[in-house]
Design a protein around this ligand. Sequence first.
Ligand code: MGD
Ligand code: MGD
Ligand code: SF4
Ligand code: MO
Length: 744
Amino acid sequence: MTEIKPTNCHFCGYCCAFLATVEDGRVVSLEPDPTRYPYDERILAGCRRWKMNLDVLDGPRRVNYPIKRAGERGSGEWERVSWDEAFDDIAGRLTGLRERYGSGTLASMIGGPHASFWPLHRFMSLFGSPNNMGIGQICWNPRIWMDAITFGWTVEADIRFGLTRALFIWGTNPAQSDNSAFWQTIRAVGASDDMALVCVDPRYTQIAAIADLWLPVKPGTDCTLALAMLNVIVSEGLEDAEFVGQWCHGFDELVEHVRPYTPEYAGAFCGVDPQDIVKVARLFAEGRTALVSGRGIDQVGKSVAPTHRAICCLRAVTGNVDREGSCILAEASDFTSEVDFELSDLLTDEQKELCLNTPFAPLQCFEGYDLVREQTEKLGRRLPMRYMTSASPDLVLKAMETGEPYRVSALIVNATNPLLTYADTNRVYRALMGLELIVVLDYYITPSAAVADYVLPCAGAIERPIFQIHGGVANTGYGGPAAVEPYYERKTDYDIFRELGLRLGQGQHWPDETLADAFATQLAPTGWSWQDYCAIGIYHVPPAPEKHAMLRADGTPQGFATTSGKIELASELLPKLGGQRLPEQGPFMRLCSEGLVARLSERGGHHVEMLTGSRKQPYNASMYLDNPKFRARTPGPVVEMSEAMAENLGFAAGDTVELETDFGKARFTLALAPMRDDVINVDYGWWHPERGVPHAPDFGGIWESNVNTLTSCEMQEQLIGTWAYNAIDCMITKVDDSLTWDTI
Ligand SMILES: Nc1nc2c(c(=O)[nH]1)N[C@H]1C(S)=C(S)[C@@H](COP(=O)(O)OP(=O)(O)OC[C@H]3O[C@@H](n4cnc5c(=O)[nH]c(N)nc54)[C@H](O)[C@@H]3O)O[C@H]1N2
Ligand SMILES: Nc1nc2c(c(=O)[nH]1)N[C@H]1C(S)=C(S)[C@@H](COP(=O)(O)OP(=O)(O)OC[C@H]3O[C@@H](n4cnc5c(=O)[nH]c(N)nc54)[C@H](O)[C@@H]3O)O[C@H]1N2
Ligand code: SF4
Ligand SMILES: [Mo]
């Protein structure tokens, strides 16, 4: 029987709508469905990934049955087991480990937003462990935390032609990381005479190329740049005096604070022309300004919180908060928010205390969460708890390695490939190899799955329903239904955690039998049924501007959900956590000891600044590398530097270079690309999926060109515990060998 079924791609966050032609439970073809979100065929025209869907759905590398380690850890020997056998054994072993070491002994790791993570988090809450590790500290959380602390909730850019006068793209590159709808908007801004486009990025990206002004900041100096822009604004009296007077707390202190940050001082520190700082400051204050920031400034380590705080202040003093055309405070969701679905409130105080971040990251922990929650709840909102309290990888790895403060003995790895994407691969590898139980949920036997005890086969796009929400900080969710039942014996992540949970006595907290039922429960408060939602593919309520001025029942404006009820330029809350009342630039994370620098300098090495992981289409972190068409065009990992830098250091395009820090080494091919002349840009995520099932000792080639062998997860930032993937240093040396990357 042939049927046409609505469904979605999930190779990136757009979750585009498709129609699947299904014959006898198998998808035979897939067509874009412009009648559902994102309603736009141009997105697909610009997308190189979607045609992979059928190959991925039934590809030769997919894991289709639960498998259990049969030899030594990492040996590559596996045996197929039944789901019952896998669930019973895992549940039994987890119970035993919990009895021996306490409930914190189970840790989890997640990666990018590939799936809904609340099923894992619910399982962990009910198991009694607070120890989730995620990417929050280096992606998303810093902005969310600082927005919530400064404005009382998070803000979303509101770019409006005819109203917005300037768009700042700061430390993000949607041309490669989001090359669909948003990149099209930026291109339209670039082409428009009414809206100026400013790009703050050490690299001359596609956005820099179409921008009115490119500020090539030195990595990690953005806090100083923003403070200098504030200096220009307040010394020239360009602030929005009315908004500041009515809605900002601590303006006079801020004025004093930014006095030393002159354009000349910042120009020298940030490596940009002081005149350009003056220009962009004036532009920022001139009219409605929208700003979008990203990973570039989320991953700068020590300065991460102050950088976001300085940007918050910039927005506030220019009146660019909660206003159309600048940024608008997001809405709380009408559907059940993530925090209520993950059941973190069921953790007892004793269990919360086990969390491996307190007191080292006083904000990114349950105590910090509660302090901010007291504020956000003034306007009835709560941040997702698990992301915002996620444990520090540094401390969890230490607990795995040393048993201090207690033994972490078991790990669930859900939708992440930590041997490529977590910092300090050597350390992650050593810690994982010493564990008693590792359970990986993935589509493939990745290098990280290769060291597991169990690999559980997950259902992916097309075979599972999707309700993609933004961590619960917006009133938007999109996606649609599965077109088919999961192929072979695959299960959704939800089914896996539920069935494990049922075996551990969590039954009452998993009332919904399927993921689609759970999504229906989640949507219920909106009044929409699952079918209503699937027909449209999105539940979206646009945020209303000027919420702070809306009147309460007693006739007073509701203001901002902060300690003072105003936007806190000077923070009343952060000093309580040991943080800064006003933002100050921090030092940089250094990965090379003097000894290393001296030793490699003698061999012709150079000590340089590096950025890692700048996004590039068509790949995504460690994924899609086995696509032959992609590899034909982008065959291997590169280190990029400017032509002038290469000439200066005596390198040429195509050279093989070795990068080294105190943590490890990796080799790359040198390529030339326009950027600052004192920075290199290093690819991340590279391994050899095409070589078959990874196993010891090389695990599919993770020791060759994996930039995270160079990085460190040591906590840098004093509030959130952020480590650094940018604004770090390394030694670069030319070597004679060639690399093993080739087209496949
Ligand atoms: N040096 C450096 N390191 C970085 C970064 C950087 O810029 N530089 N960026 C960091 C950031 S921001 C992020 S988000 C991380 C990304 O890191 P990861 O998320 O670990 O990277 P991916 O390669 O996307 O790994 C995703 C894995 O999940 C599997 N997967 C995909 N979808 C699903 C699903 O629905 N269910 C399950 N169970 N599995 C699924 C894929 O097969 C793949 O193996 O990397 C971080 N690491
Ligand atoms: N193709 C592709 N798309 C992706 C992903 C992927 O792996 N591949 N991953 C997804 C994920 S998980 C994420 S988090 C997003 C990230 O998406 P983005 O936030 O857009 O991240 P990048 O594309 O790396 O862009 C970061 C930019 O910041 C610049 N930068 C680095 N350091 C600094 C600095 O110190 N200051 C300033 N001002 N700029 C700096 C870099 O040069 C780079 O151009 O992308 C998502 N989209
Ligand atoms: S990869 Fe992303 S943009 Fe492309 S079709 Fe899939 S969801 Fe849409
Ligand atoms: Mo990310």
